[in-house]
Ligand binder design. Structure first.
Ligand SMILES: Nc1nc2c(c(=O)[nH]1)N[C@H]1C(S)=C(S)[C@@H](COP(=O)(O)O)O[C@H]1N2
Ligand SMILES: [Mo]
Length: 394
């Protein structure tokens, strides 16, 4: 790796370049994956600290090497400090429009049939660092997205036990974490809570999980119980879940109005709507921005693509700013609500120079990633094309 060349290129690609990653402090260090002799030999961090308190940690997307993100590399997004819950004293309260309101212990929840599913979570703010002009909020690069194998019970099976009344419209999921939000100001300390329409709450991809990647849920990921809402942005997957309220109206809570909402045009007028299912999106893990690749070689461009509740059907790579597109190979078998890994072998031209790689995905609803940023999306659901600049050396 030509370090000076790298730093020059990465400064045009804010924060997420290699030098910024290795500059992150106070985190476990590990060596980068892969055997590319052109890579720097300095250690790469296990996760990138975007905010220390509360902990907001980005997954190093360039280390992508399989469908499942190892738990120590899974991103963390928390609005408040981690609440410490005693599993023995823990209760999940279920109330509202249900026949049998009450409290559930962990043991009672574990008596319901367990399910294990691979599901991808992406923070709705992932990629915010690429917005121009810069906006407020956690400055995520590529890696506020990860995939794990989640074990728990379906929310549907719990709702079935408590008997949902016919007037039910939504289920509010409340976490044990609380705090004051400065902007926009919350009415004093509030808890983290999000609602799901009753139809989504009954779907099999919505879990109340107590295990992640074959081990007990860690405190940062919601111990002892969290929701995992397959196909939706991460904000719906409420951690440290302590209460379900079945409501007979649309819930207009803080986290789906002031936060995690975007504009949608109806009758030509922008209306504010909660952010829900994921957009179609892809990202390049390797090469990293600013990488120097040898001219005339074959380079395996590698990454992932995901599409919320849809399946990824096509991934294409361009080396000429979108004038022409090359079909990437989709790897493995498709899993619903899970990213798909892909690769494309690039025959790197001999001529030295700068190239910007683009990747775009298309999904089963025939949605394709847009070239340009849509301002209606405010500071969320960033899925337009982000170029990866690389340098070809002689
Ligand atoms: N209780 C609670 N649940 C929460 C959050 C939170 O701050 N508090 N953050 C949400 C957001 S915005 C995301 S993207 C995911 C992140 O889950 P992770 O930290 O396990 O990656 O958790 C969601 N669930
Ligand atoms: Mo998020």
């Amino acid at each position: 790796m030509d370090r000076r060349g790298f730093i020059r290129a990465s400064s045009a690609w804010p924060v997420v370049g290699w030098s910024a990653m290795t500059a992150s402090r106070g985190i476990a260090q590990e060596r980068p994956g892969g055997a590319n002799p052109d890579r720097p030999t300095e250690p790469a961090p296990a996760r990138i600290v975007r905010q220390a308190v509360p902990e907001n940690l980005e997954s190093p997307f360039h280390l992508l090497d399989g469908l499942i993100t190892p738990t120590e590399r899974f991103y963390v997004r928390s609005h408040f400090p981690v609440p410490r819950l005693d599993p023995a004293a823990y209760r999940l309260r279920i109330e509202g429009a249900v026949e049998r309101p009450g409290e559930w212990t962990l043991a009672q929840l574990r008596e319901l049939p367990a399910t294990t599913r691979t599901l991808t979570l992406e923070c709705a703010g992932n990629g915010r660092v690429f917005l121009n002009p810069a906006v407020r909020g956690v400055q995520w690069g590529l890696g506020a997205v990860s995939t794990a194998e989640w074990t728990g019970v379906t929310l549907a099976s719990v709702l079935e036990r408590v008997g949902v009344r016919p007037e039910a419209v939504a289920v509010v999921l409340e976490g044990a974490d609380r705090g004051v939000v400065a902007e926009p100001a919350s009415p004093g300390p509030i808890s983290y809570a999000r609602s799901l329409p009753i139809q989504k709450a009954r779907r099999p991809e919505v879990l109340l999980a107590y295990r992640m990647n074959g081990a007990a849920l860690l405190p940062v990921h919601g111990f002892p119980l969290r929701a995992v809402v397959g196909g939706w942005y991460g904000m719906a997957s409420v951690k440290w879940l302590v209460r379900l309220v079945v409501v007979d109206r649309t819930f207009g809570g803080f986290w789906e109005t002031f936060d995690y909402s975007e504009f949608r045009l109806r009758d030509g007028l922008p209306e504010m709507v909660p952010i829900t299912a994921g957009q179609v999106k892809s990202a390049i893990a390797r090469p990293v921005a600013g990488e120097v690749v040898p001219g005339g070689a074959e380079y395996r461009v590698f990454g992932a693509a995901w599409a919320g509740e849809q399946d990824v059907v096509r991934v294409e790579v361009s080396t000429d700013d979108g004038a022409s597109w090359n079909a990437a190979r989709l790897l493995g078998e498709p899993l619903p609500f899970t990213w798909r890994l892909w690769e494309w072998v690039w025959r790197v031209p001999r001529r030295p120079g700068e190239v910007r790689l683009l990747v775009r995905a298309t999904d089963s609803a025939n949605r394709t990633q847009p070239r340009e940023r849509d301002l209606n999306r405010r500071t969320y659901t960033i899925h337009h094309l982000i170029p990866t600049p690389v340098t070809i050396r002689a």
